[in-house]
Design a protein around this ligand. Structure first.
Ligand SMILES: COc1ccc(S(=O)(=O)[C@H](CC(=O)O)C(F)F)cc1
Ligand SMILES: [Zn+2]
Ligand SMILES: [Zn+2]
Length: 159
């Protein structure tokens, strides 16, 4: 959504709004922090959590109609979406809470999905390379190192 742009700063703030009940809050906090960390390690970007809701990237777990033009669809199907960089809704990342979110067991791996979504929130589009984190489909067998060389090249082309 409104992709193709980039943030015009290297320190990007995020805040977490509504949580999922699938995982403890501090688990969600650390998985989200780790997903940002994937991009921070590969680039010159820094991510800072903000207590207020006026952060650059608002992270929320929501279902069906949730205030933007892209309602979720219940279990399966769309797992999450993120807006490209920009003011207001720009960068905001929403997870469909009708999915079962996991830290590695049954369900969708929140760390992997979040890392992919944050790629979009930073301005990256999909890659046709199946090894890329930005490949359009979810693979539960995603390796821990997560980013392909292509992802590292692409984020550094942008920032
Ligand atoms: C690996 O991370 C993801 C893969 C696929 C998705 S998705 O199936 O929700 C995708 C949304 C997206 O590409 O971000 C679909 F278009 F809805 C989300 C995260
Ligand atoms: Zn949304
Ligand atoms: Zn995607």
């Amino acid at each position: 959504h409104n992709q193709g742009t980039r943030w015009n700063k290297n320190v990007i703030t995020y805040s977490i709004g509504r949580y999922t009940r699938d995982l403890p809050r501090n688990t969600v906090d650390s998985l989200i922090e780790s997903a940002f960390g994937v991009w921070a390690r590969a680039s010159s970007l820094t991510f800072v959590r903000s207590p207020t809701r006026n952060a650059d990237i608002m992270v929320e777990f929501v279902t069906y109609n949730h205030g933007d033009m892209f309602p979720f669809d219940g279990p399966r199907g769309t797992l999450a979406h993120a807006f490209g960089p920009g003011l207001g809704v720009g960068g905001d990342t929403h997870f469909d809470d009708d999915e079962h979110w996991s830290a590695g067991g049954r369900g969708f791996n929140l760390f992997v999905v979040a890392a992919h979504e944050f790629g979009h929130a930073l301005g990256l589009k999909h890659s046709q390379n199946p090894d890329s984190l930005m490949y359009p489909t979810y693979k539960s067998s995603r390796p821990a190192n997560l980013l392909s060389i292509e992802d590292v090249v692409n984020i550094n082309r942008l920032y």
